[in-house]
Design a protein around this ligand. Structure first.
Ligand SMILES: Cc1cc2nc3c(=O)[nH]c(=O)nc-3n(C[C@H](O)[C@H](O)[C@H](O)COP(=O)(O)OP(=O)(O)OC[C@H]3O[C@@H](n4cnc5c(N)ncnc54)[C@H](O)[C@@H]3O)c2cc1C
Length: 383
């Protein structure tokens, strides 16, 4: 009899795990809280690790790539002047620019029609055992049902219900960075800039970054620091951002972007939390993706880690047939060093996005300019 896995969450982590487990002969069932598959999302820079994982999952070739051909980045100062800076997306190994929805679309192509996906469905209770887990599921408009699985995979994001039900409350695992983010697509290119231009309007404790994408609207990313991110995340984003960014409205860039936020439902407004756990599995429940190790957007690795995690879990289960405990230990041993590496220095890396003081603001500016010059020098040398 094939082994059955319940995957909670139809995001990057959940779909990657589904493809990898199906390939190893498992029967995965996916449940998703939303009534339908989400599309769109925000800019993601997919680095080598993510590209390799996408290739291993068989979806890299079908993934839309959106790196603009003539990408340029600008540092826009409060006085309206602007300076070229290094391409923020090229900070380490050359990533490809994609929309979160592009990764999900590609992964979906490996799933569609091949397995059971239930929308508007959430887990409400999990009885976790040494050999199996019983999960009570609630589907909108239906009676609750209880089903038994050989493995439950919590891939339900940073505010994971599976983690709360099985491992404990969020606060035991959240490490706040003290910042908030709001990401959404801009309806129009920023006035005075050409297609393919990205920009950063930055001041101490608050920043707007615009990431350009080929063939899709640019992503606006508002970030700011606050003493109480959890309270801030319950506020209404529009008036909050209008108030915090009122002094940074250079050439109307901020107010025009906020008009676009007002007109879209496709936005994310949340506090930035790193998730740190001593162990990602307990008996027959395992977490992966942001629910297990959210490295935050400052790592630039969350999407890559989600795909790697799904792929690694599939390989570990294949390497330890009929020994799920052994497979989960192997999964942990493979993923830990990578996650540890990318969770390190997150507070420092957050300074690149939202400087906490004037020294960090200037240090960051100088760094991006040095990077631009050194890249120009290297490309001249190569030519
Ligand atoms: C602004 C921003 C920029 C980023 N930039 C990058 C980047 O450049 N590079 C990079 O690699 N990463 C980046 N990331 C990180 C990356 O987007 C995430 O790490 C990744 O999407 C996490 O995927 P996931 O599947 O683990 O979780 P999620 O994307 O959160 O998916 C979880 C899924 O579970 C569903 N769900 C939630 N609760 C339940 C429930 N109770 N029952 C059923 N379903 C449920 C949700 O609806 C969702 O579909 C960025 C993130 C942000 C916010």
């Amino acid at each position: 009899m094939t082994q059955r896995a319940l995957i909670v969450g139809l995001g990057i982590g959940g779909m990657s795990a589904a493809i990898a487990l199906k390939r190893q002969g498992w029967t995965p069932v996916i449940i998703e809280r939303a009534p339908e598959r989400r599309k769109g999302g925000y800019f993601i820079g997919l680095r080598d690790e993510g590209k390799n994982a996408a290739a291993a999952l068989g979806v890299l070739d079908v993934m839309e790539k959106r790196t603009p051909e003539n990408i340029r980045f600008w540092d826009v100062r409060k006085d309206g002047t602007r300076r070229r800076i290094a391409d923020l997306t090229q900070e380490t190994n050359a990533p490809i620019a994609v929309l979160r929805g592009d990764i999900e679309e590609a992964l979906w192509s490996g799933i569609e029609g091949k397995l059971n996906v239930r929308f508007s469905t959430v887990p409400v209770a999990i009885v976790n055992g040494a050999m199996q887990a019983q999960v009570t599921l609630r589907t909108e408009g239906s009676e609750e049902t209880t089903e038994t699985y050989d493995l439950v995979i919590g891939a339900d994001g940073v505010r994971s219900t599976v983690r709360r039900l099985v491992f404990g409350p969020d606060k035991a695992f959240f490490h706040s960075i003290g910042t908030m983010l709001c990401a959404f697509p801009l309806a129009q290119p920023v006035e005075g800039f050409r297609t393919g231009d990205g920009l950063m309007v930055a001041d101490v404790r608050h920043t707007l970054t615009v990431f350009p994408l080929e063939g899709r609207p640019s992503t606006a990313l508002f970030s700011y620091r606050t003493g109480n991110p959890e309270r801030a995340s319950r506020k209404d984003p529009l008036p909050t951002l209008r108030q915090i960014f009122a002094d940074l409205d250079v050439d109307g860039i901020i107010s025009k972007a906020l008009e676009d936020l007002e007109a879209t439902d496709d936005f994310l407004f949340d506090s930035v939390q790193m998730v740190k756990m001593p162990r990602w599995s307990k008996d027959r429940v395992v977490l992966l993706g942001d629910s297990a190790w959210c490295p935050t957007l400052y790592s630039g690795m969350g999407a890559s880690a989600g795909m790697m995690g799904g792929q690694a879990l599939g390989e570990a289960l294949a390497a330890c047939p009929r020994d799920i405990d052994g497979a989960l230990q192997m999964f942990e041993a493979w993923m830990r060093p990578f996650v540890r590496k990318h969770q390190r220095f997150i507070a420092l890396r957050s300074q690149l996005f939202v400087p906490s003081n004037r020294v960090a603001l200037w240090g960051r500016r100088i760094l991006w300019q040095i990077l631009l010059r050194s890249r120009k020098y290297l490309s001249r040398k190569r030519a």
